[in-house]
Write a protein that binds this ligand. Structure first.
Ligand code: C2E
Ligand code: MG
Ligand code: MG
Length: 594
């Protein structure tokens, strides 16, 4: 009797233990994925999970830029593994069972290969392991590809695929440090395309973009592989010559570039001719990379002032900064004194309901003669000179006052986003300052969402993150701004006390039609949701983008489609007419907005 009772009980327990172990293994693997662990280690754990008994061996085969890569479980025959990666298109032997790994969008990501001894049957147990392994492998590879793509985006200019400004600055810093031990001078050239704006204005942005792409290609092929070519923004490029062997080499390279760009360009059937202004300088080993950049930029400014289409080498007599900049700084100081700054507010819409979820405060400078000046022109100067600390504090105070005012007018739950710069976060008194402004206006902390960028946290991470935690503790919310342009790591964001991820406009502009589902964007939204982050898409300009974002599960949208930044006094009125306005601008597809 005792025997009979024990035997049926033993099996379920074994099964329970087994399930427990399987679940544990699955949890461990998901944890590795969330922590962005090395892909081969994660795949190796998955391959082990796919082989539940000693009679089965499993391997995962994935394509990489270097060729096929195979990650095998211990039971997988080593000779077979070697054969499989020997060529780019291996023949899979009959004894191997192939299970392809496919993304939700139908992309082939790789395959799981199972090798079983003839006696080992495809049991329910093996099928269950295989199924879980397949799912986990797809998640791991998709996540890895997404991180790689985001890292690439953060380092390279998406239009020309040249290094971006940040990467160029990092490489230049490494170079001058290295050149201390290997004493060779470094050359820096700043290139500005002359009157490029005309191309955009007359022939449109598509042609302008294509021209920039072709300029990028020519520059890249005109210099040595060891030289660095970057697009530093707009129509400006930078070329760095890492180790110069003779005097006058910078000038020689500059002339070579100029003659390459002088050949006409064929852009969408237009024959276009360009001239370029170049500013150059060279630095002895150990030179300050910031000074090198500034000198080359100053020289470029002089090249333009002397009539363009020329190369000018830096001369200390030129001073240290282009006069325009110094002038701008002087004007900005006076703008603060004369209260010429004002905030405009851009609505943020809940995509599924069309409700007003929040507004972002965007600073403007009402210049007595220039009219409204964009923050893109003066915020960088304010940051460089430290003026941003007082400008930022003013903006926060004004936004709090405005939020309180709207509350009184009935817009009670509208959250106000305020941009905060790195320098503000680094101020020891920042938390107290924020709390003081809230108290002065009797505003609940939850109504303010501070927008920070990942790169602003990178300057002094310890201090900035401590500041974030202190403010979060007081009830202030945070959004990561321009996600996808900087460091772009969701694994990093996961450890920060933030509620919202604002996806940069460059992701949104990729959407042409309502049926488009850019895989990277879709993955970022899915992953952000799995981290409990609310997702706002920036720069929504078309109804197609609106519908695609809605279908991808994005929570909110902000962009010219819904509203341009508005005067504070117009926000309540805009909200009143919102349903009619939104149903017009998003009408092409299903009328999702109420
Ligand atoms: P941001 O925080 O990413 O702000 C979004 C920018 O995108 C705003 O530019 C906005 O006007 C623009 N925008 C919104 N919708 C669309 C659209 O559909 N298409 C296009 N092409 N653009 C759109 P804005 O106002 O020129 O501000 C530029 C940047 O200046 C802001 O980028 C932010 O980084 C900075 N900024 C603005 N106000 C402040 C401030 O008070 N403090 C600090 N530190 N920075 C600020
Ligand atoms: Mg912002
Ligand atoms: Mg932004």
């Amino acid at each position: 009797m005792k025997h009979l009772r024990l035997r049926p009980a033993a099996r379920p327990r074994r099964r329970r233990d087994h399930h427990h172990a399987l679940n544990q293994a699955r949890q461990d693997i998901l944890e590795r994925i969330a922590q962005n662990g090395p892909l081969t280690e994660t795949l190796s754990a998955i391959a082990r999970l796919a082989q539940p008994n000693p009679q089965t061996g499993a391997a995962i085969l994935i394509p990489t830029p270097q060729g096929l890569q195979l990650v095998a479980s211990p039971n997988f025959p080593a000779a077979l593994a070697e054969n499989l990666t020997a060529t780019l298109t291996p023949t899979i032997p009959d004894e191997l069972q192939t299970h392809t790994l496919q993304s939700a969008a139908g992309e082939q990501l790789g395959a799981i290969l199972l090798c079983r001894t003839p006696s080992a049957k495809l049991t329910a147990l093996l099928a269950e392991h295989l199924d879980i392994a397949q799912r986990l492998a797809v998640i791991a590879i998709e996540q890895h590809n997404m991180v790689e793509e985001l890292t690439h985006r953060a380092q390279y200019d998406s239009l020309t695929n040249l290094c971006n400004r940040l990467t160029m600055e990092n490489r230049l810093s490494q170079l001058v440090m290295r050149s201390r031990s290997a004493p060779k001078a470094v050359g820096v050239l700043y290139l500005g395309l002359d009157r490029f704006r005309l191309v955009n204005d007359v022939l449109g942005h598509r042609t302008g973009d294509e021209l920039l792409r072709q300029v990028g290609d020519r520059l890249r092929t005109a210099v040595r592989d060891s030289d660095i070519v970057a697009r530093s923004g707009g129509d400006e490029f930078v070329v760095i010559i890492p180790a110069m062997v003779r005097a006058g080499e910078v000038e020689l390279v500059a002339e070579k570039l100029r003659s390459r760009l002088a050949e006409s360009f064929d852009v969408h059937g237009h024959q276009l001719c360009l001239t370029v202004s170049i500013g150059g300088c060279s630095g002895a080993p150990g030179a300050d990379p910031e000074v090198l950049q500034r000198d080359a930029y100053t020289a470029l400014h002089h090249a333009k002032r002397q009539g363009r289409n020329r190369t000018v080498m830096f001369d200390p007599a030129m001073g240290s900064a282009p006069p325009q900049r110094l002038e701008m700084e002087r004007h900005l100081r006076s703008a603060i004194r004369h209260q010429e700054l004002e905030l405009h507010y851009q609505p943020q819409i809940e995509l599924s309901t069309g409700k007003l979820a929040g507004v972002e405060a965007l600073i403007r400078w009402r210049h007595p003669s220039l009219g409204l000046v964009s923050p893109a022109t003066f915020i960088p100067i304010a940051e460089e000179t430290g003026l941003i600390v007082s400008i930022g504090e003013w903006a926060l105070d004004d936004a709090c006052g405005q939020a309180r005012q709207w509350q009184k007018e009935g817009l009670s739950t509208v959250r106000v986003g305020v941009n905060v710069s790195a320098l503000q976060l680094e101020q020891a008194s920042f938390t107290e300052d924020v709390m003081r402004h809230l108290a002065q206006h009797q505003l609940e902390p939850a109504l303010i969402e501070l927008e920070i960028t990942e790169s602003s946290l990178m300057r002094d991470p310890e201090r900035s993150i401590a500041q974030l935690h202190r403010l979060r503790h007081c009830g202030i919310r945070f959004a990561i701004d321009d996600f996808g342009t900087g460091h772009s790591s969701l694994a990093y964001v996961q450890n920060l006390p933030v509620e919202t991820l604002k996806i940069d406009r460059s992701f949104v502009t990729k959407i042409q039609q309502a049926s488009d589902r850019p895989p990277l964007l879709e993955n970022v939204i899915r992953l952000a949701h799995s981290l409990n982050l609310r997702v706002i898409a920036e720069g929504v300009e078309t109804s197609a983008q609106h519908h695609a974002l809605l279908a991808m599960g994005c929570d909110e949208g902000q962009g010219y489609l819904y509203a341009r930044p508005l005067l504070a006094s117009s926000v309540v009125d805009w909200d009143r007419h919102r349903p009619a306005h939104l149903s017009q601008v998003t009408q092409h597809q299903q009328p999702a907005l109420a």
